[in-house]
Structures are given as C-alpha cells and as structure tokens.
Design a protein. Structure first.
Length: 515
C-alpha cells in the first residue's frame, strides 16, 4: 500500500448551500414525530411504538419523505419499496395487539442492491440484471421480513461490488450512477456498500444492509461517519446475495449507532438480541496505527487510544504479521472464486448465464461504460485457475491460515480483547477518469480470516469522517460489539452536504474495496 501523504484542507465557499441543505434536513418530517431521526435508536423507537406515541407508519413516511427530498443530493437510494407503508401498517397492528415480532418490527431498513428481493429488482448495479426480479428473497431478507422489518428500498452500490474494473470508481453503477459522500459532495463514499453508508449518514433509514468481501462494509461506514459490522463468515447466510467469493463474502448491518447494528445482526443471524453495554474497564486493546494513512489519521487513532485508557482499558501498540503475503495471495484467489460463484448465481437469473456472456454484455452495452469502460477483473477471472486446481487450493489454504494467524497470534501474544486500527483515510475526490485513491490495509486480516470487524466513527480530518476498525477472533461478534467504544469516542456529527473542499491530496493508488 502506498502512502497517502499530507492533507491540507480548506473549506470552499459553500456556506450558502450548507445552510440550505442542512436546514432542509432539520425541516423534514422528524420534528412532527417528536424524535430526532439522526440520533434515535431502535430501543427508543420501540418504546415509543409500544406506548402508542409513535407508529411505524409515521416513521416510515418520515424516512420516505427524507429520501424524496434529501437523496437527490447524494444519489444513494436506487428505488423505494411500494409495499413499505403496507408493511408498516401491518407492524402497527402487531404493536397494538401485543404481537411484536422482535426488535426490528416496524423499523425501516434499506438493502444493498446485490441482495435478492422477490418484489423489487436486484441488479448489483448492472443493466445485465435489470430485468425481472429474482424468484425468491435472499435468506437474510426472509429473516428481516419474519422479524417485522419494513423493507424501505434498495441502495446503490459499486457495480458488481467493485469487482469489474482494475481502476473502478467506488459508488458508481450503470443502473444508479454515482453516489456522493454526504459530508462533501465531490468526495467518494467508498465501496462497495456506498449507497448504504451514504444513506445512513443522511438519515434516510434507521439501518441498512451492506455486504463485504474485503472492506466494503467497514470502509463505507468509516468514510460516511456511521457504524458498520462485518460478521464472522457464515454467521449471516449468503444465500441469494450476488457473490464475489463464498470464502470471504458476508452481509452485515450498518447503522448510526452500535446498539442498532447489534440488534440488526441478531435478526440477520436468528439469535436473541444482545444490547451492548460498553464497559472498557480492564479490557486490553491492541493499537495497529498504520501511519501510511497520514499524520492526521494517525493523530485521531492515538487520541482514541488515550480515551480508551481514560475509560480503564489498557492499550498496547501491535503490528499483525503476514500482511505482505496476504496482499500477494488474496487477489489471485478471489479471481478463481469469482468465476465459480458468479457463474452459479447468473444461472439463477434472466440475462447473461455465465461470466463469458457477462463480459460480452458489458462490452456491447454503452451505458455500462459511461464512467469507466474497463472490465479487467472479469477478464482475468475468466482465465484464472479453477477452484479444483491444486495451485488454487494451496493458495487459498495459505491465505486463510495466515490471515487467521495474523489476528490469533497478535491477540494471544498481547492478551488482547480486540485489535484497533484506522478504518479509512479521508475520502478522496470522485473521478471516473482516475478511479479510486484507495489505501486501506486494515480490513484485510479479518476479511480474509472470516473473523468479525466493526467500524465506529473516530473523528474527522477537516470535514471528512474517519472510522476506527475493531477486529477480534472467530465468532467474537457480540464481544466486539459490546466494547461499544463509540461512547468514548463521541465522534459522530451530521453531514453538512458541502459542495467541495479545496484539497492538496497526493495519494497513492491501489485497487478498490471489493465486495
């Protein structure tokens, strides 16, 4: 990974727009509900719905109104669900009759548009899948429906979860166009769950679902100033989710606070809800500083460590091993896995039936090339060794082993409860011609290992959010969320929808966040 260099941030003359958009957000339907949609939590909403002072119908209508009036600025929501208000009305009946289905009953949820829905299109951002919806819901959508959640709509994403071109632009798809970062509109929201992260930052839903192969839940969370949890591999079903790799893909919750993320995870995995308590006393945190992300980011991470110490935690600096080898092995393994898994998925849908047909569709469809024309990853995957090849098997075995050891050995050596690292650099300027300026090594160990990771807001470099990434061992999801370090960091603030910043940003290049 290359160094980001120094940042010199000067706010452009956007005060007039800031006042217009910011005041418009505050003038949304939320005051009529008697709650602040920016800060309210699911438990608070459920308490209000239980005592009859709030209905899911009113809450859903408020979010739909915000989508209509605020989302044109950021372009994060592809479509809303025509059945959302009917689902909310059904939840109101359950609340009145004491038959509430769980913590998400009546709560509006946005889904990334690579998650199958039988009643709405599921496109992965590509016109290749823009025909008839899938025949069935993804299993995670069934869990949400069974839990009473209101499926509010689908969010934009990086097309094919950022696994198409060698120099992609995160947040762009042929179906949805470019999603913008709500904090500064010419900045990138990071991929590939870009629409989910941006929509939450703009308070367009209570929670959202993202997906990750490596970084695409946690990076959009960090870069949009919200919470994102990448679950342990297999904890949330991947059935009915457009794939990159079954060895790394997972869906997970994104929210504006850790409590909402934890409650949503419980529904997705089919377990009893666990509300994080947030006690750092006696915990040991390993600090992986990653100074290559720049001095401003490093200062935020060091400041976070001081807050943890003040809350009673012990913090020691660590450097997880094997990172260079992980970087060498991950991409070649994903190419083989993508060919296998996308062929299997495409065979269930109308349109191209395998990767070769998808390549031809993309080549012959001008609308697929309006931001960038490349599909180098598709082409490389087409000729990659099959997953039955002994060379691939050896590569994946070494890759997973080293990723797990990088976390397990670091935690054991220092007797840690979690490892903390910066989630992201400040958002780069979106540029179709250049592609992403993506320098984010922190997500890889947990992503490749299949271990959980959680990003929480850590602070700002100028007007741009930076997240803190926490990771731990396999199936330690509840323990990780229960650290709830967001209370100590207290770093969240609403976006200002600034037009742009004037920036001196000599950043390096690396591939976009996958999945």
């Amino acid at each position: 990974m290359r160094r980001t260099g120094a940042l010199a941030l000067i706010v452009a003359l956007t005060t007039g727009m800031f006042m217009t958009v910011h005041d418009a957000r505050r003038a949304e339907a939320a005051p009529a509900l008697g709650i602040d949609l920016d800060t309210t939590t699911i438990p608070q909403l459920q308490e209000r719905m239980s005592d009859g002072s709030l209905t899911s119908s009113a809450l859903t209508a408020a979010y739909l109104h915000r989508i209509r009036t605020v989302d044109p600025r950021i372009n994060s929501v592809l479509r809303t669900n025509p059945a959302a208000l009917a689902q909310a009305a059904a939840s109101d009946v359950r609340h009145r009759t004491g038959r509430v289905l769980g913590p998400l009953d009546g709560i509006p949820v946005l889904l990334k548009d690579n998650v199958n829905t039988r009643d709405m299109p599921t496109t992965a951002g590509s016109l290749a899948l823009a025909g008839a919806p899938p025949d069935t819901d993804a299993e995670l959508v069934t869990r949400l429906r069974d839990g009473g959640a209101v499926i509010l709509g689908k969010t934009n994403l990086s097309e094919w979860a950022n696994f198409r071109a060698a120099t992609p632009t995160s947040g762009w798809s042929a179906v949805g166009g470019q999603t913008r970062n709500p904090y500064v509109l010419d900045r990138n929201p990071c991929g590939s769950s870009s629409g989910s992260g941006a929509a939450l930052a703009a308070s367009l839903a209570q929670v959202a679902i993202g997906t990750e192969t490596d970084g695409s839940i946690v990076c959009p969370a960090g870069m949009n100033g919200v919470v994102g949890h990448k679950p342990s591999l297999g904890l949330v079903s991947g059935a009915g989710v457009v794939p990159i790799s079954a060895e790394q893909d997972t869906a997970g919750p994104m929210a504006r606070n850790v409590v909402d993320a934890a409650l949503t995870l419980a529904v997705l995995r089919g377990s009893d809800p666990v509300v994080p308590r947030g006690d750092l006393a006696g915990k040991r945190i390993g600090l992986w500083r990653l100074p290559e992300l720049g001095p401003e980011v490093d200062a935020l991470v060091v400041g976070a460590a001081e807050k943890f110490r003040a809350a009673g935690a012990e913090v020691v600096e660590v450097t997880p091993p094997y990172q260079d080898r992980l970087d060498e092995l991950e991409f070649p393994a994903l190419l083989s896995e993508f060919h296998r898994d996308i062929d299997a998925y495409l065979a269930t849908r109308e349109g191209p039936q395998d990767l070769a047909e998808l390549i031809e569709f993309t080549r012959s469809t001008p609308e697929e090339q309006t931001c960038f024309a490349g599909q180098e990853l598709f082409e490389q995957a087409l000729v990659a060794p099959p997953t039955t090849d002994p060379r691939y098997r050896a590569m994946r075995a070494e890759l997973t082993d080293l990723a797990q050891r990088s976390i397990d050995e670091t935690m054991a050596e220092h007797h840690l409860d979690a490892i903390a690292a910066p989630t992201n650099p400040p958002a780069w300027t979106t540029d179709c011609a250049r592609g992403d300026d993506d320098v984010i090594p922190s997500s890889t160990p947990a992503a490749v290992a299949g271990y959980p990771s959680t990003s929480v807001p850590a602070g700002f470099v100028g007007e741009l959010p930076v997240g803190l990434l926490l990771m731990a061992g396999d199936r330690q999801d509840d323990a990780l969320l229960s650290l709830a370090v967001e209370q100590e960091l207290a770093a969240w603030r609403p976006p200002k929808f600034l037009l742009k910043l004037v920036v001196d940003l000599p950043m390096g290049r690396s591939p976009g966040r996958a999945g």
